[in-house]
Design a protein around this ligand. Structure first.
Ligand code: PMP
Length: 420
């Protein structure tokens, strides 16, 4: 179909991919008529429709980015099919009033699905907020303690360190253990931790995205009235979690559950209502909880996308099934690294290696640029390690298909054979 036959209404439904124009929306759902005029797209071109979806799929790369990260292809296609006219409402989710019944149904379903995925009890509030996980570095101390209160931070990577530094502005935090001097390769044994008996909370980063260090079980605060707080940004919904072990969990959406712009907070309700006086209204959890995350205009489209991802995770059989897939993917990648006789190396202690972010280095570091270039030619992108550590990092979140990891492993073996 010639691009010249498009008009202003249907043009946004097309995307230029390499040389060809490809339909991004199943043609059967493209509105073929408005009150004013008929479009030039044929409504009966279902074969073209299927071809279009296939070529879109072939055009996609395996995206190993740490976040924003790859999203499930079926979720993207569903969003595409609903983009222009959501459920016959005559408008896109982006155009809806956040207080209207349509958007309410979207946010309520997203919350209900997340509650069933993580088995979140009634005495926990679920909040859909803005400002990324970084904003929570401040919101957590502002909401959970008074200015002089002591709190503990267990630092297993640079995100935990950033959270600690932000907390210093609002309370009296102490780093009770840091892996920095060892370049963040492990989680300490919980037995030897010098936990403060008065700490209002103990903060951990459940998965350190940059270093690939993941907690496999969780420490318990020494203060019986203290709570465990976790930044789960990069392993949220990647496996079942016993929410009742935590007073508060927060996670930026853009790794496992949606686009950037949404940050999810799960907080025990009895912890709400004691925010410090200086707390900006937008950081006060109680205000958001009392208003069902609709105190002000929320990131509506992002919440809708998270809802589609939650629905998809439930369809896959829930987080037990998702975890099995993640273990399989991570297993074949770590095995390939460990069996490479030192050509590739992952510095993280085996017992705490992340299922989500797999950092590795090349013995011959001078080959790194070529590795990245060759991988990109094979449509495997964003494999460069974080600028603070170098090397490679393959982020293999829920939405990374097994085929993507298998392709990467085959590529790594080939590359080694050429350069060993
Ligand atoms: N915590 C972790 C574990 C992260 O990986 C990130 C982002 N990469 C952040 C916090 C910061 O998130 P945001 O950019 O959403 O503020």
């Amino acid at each position: 179909m010639a691009a010249t036959s498009l008009n202003a209404h249907n043009a946004p439904l097309l995307q230029k991919t390499h040389q060809t124009h490809v339909f991004l929306k199943p043609i059967s759902t493209i509105p073929c008529q408005t009150s004013a005029k008929r479009f030039s797209i044929s409504c009966s071109a279902t074969t073209q429709d299927r071809l279009s979806v296939q070529s879109q799929s072939q055009d996609r790369v395996f995206n190993f980015a740490a976040g924003p990260a790859t999203l499930p292809e079926n979720v993207l296609l569903k969003a595409q099919s609903e983009l222009y006219n959501w459920h016959g409402s005559g408008m896109s989710v982006m155009e809806m009033s956040h207080r209207g019944k349509d958007f309410r149904s979207i946010i309520e379903k997203a919350e209900a699905d997340l509650r069933s995925l993580l088995n979140i009890p009634e005495n926990y509030a679920v909040l859909f907020l803005q400002g990324g996980a970084t904003t929570q570095f401040a919101a957590v101390p502002l909401n959970l303690c008074a200015p002089g209160d002591s709190v503990d931070y267990l630092v297993t990577g640079s995100w935990g360190d950033k959270a600690f530094k932000e907390a210093k502005k609002y309370c009296n935090p102490k780093v009770i253990w840091s892996g920095k001097s060892e370049n963040y390769v492990r989680v300490p044994s919980f037995d030897g931790l010098e936990l403060n008996p008065n700490a209002k909370y103990l903060h951990i980063c459940a998965n350190e995205t940059i270093y690939g260090v993941e907690f496999k079980d969780y420490p318990v605060p020494r203060n019986p009235n203290g709570v465990l707080v976790a930044d789960m940004s990069s392993n949220f919904c990647s496996k079942p979690v016993d929410v009742t072990k935590f007073g508060l969990i927060y996670a930026g959406a853009q790794k496992n559950v949606g686009p950037s712009g949404v940050c999810i907070v799960i907080v025990r309700k009895d912890l709400l209502g004691n925010a410090q006086e200086i707390t900006p209204v937008m950081l006060d959890y109680k205000i958001h909880a009392d208003n069902n995350s609709l105190y002000n205009t929320p990131p509506c489209y992002g919440i809708y996308m998270c809802g589609l991802v939650f629905e998809d995770l439930l369809k896959q059989g829930g987080l037990e099934e998702v975890e099995k897939k993640n273990q399989k993917k991570a297993g074949i990648l770590y095995n390939a690294i460990d069996e490479s006789k030192g050509f590739y190396r992952c510095p993280v202690e085996k017992s705490v290696r992340s299922l989500m972010n797999v950092p590795f280095t090349l013995e011959k570091s001078e080959l790194e640029a070529e590795f990245l270039k060759e991988a990109e030619k094979e449509k495997m992108v964003q494999l460069k390690g974080h600028r603070s550590v170098g090397g490679m990092r393959a982020s293999i979140y829920n939405a990374m298909p097994l085929a993507g990891v298998e392709k990467l492993v085959a590529f790594m073996k080939d590359f080694q054979a050429k350069h060993a």
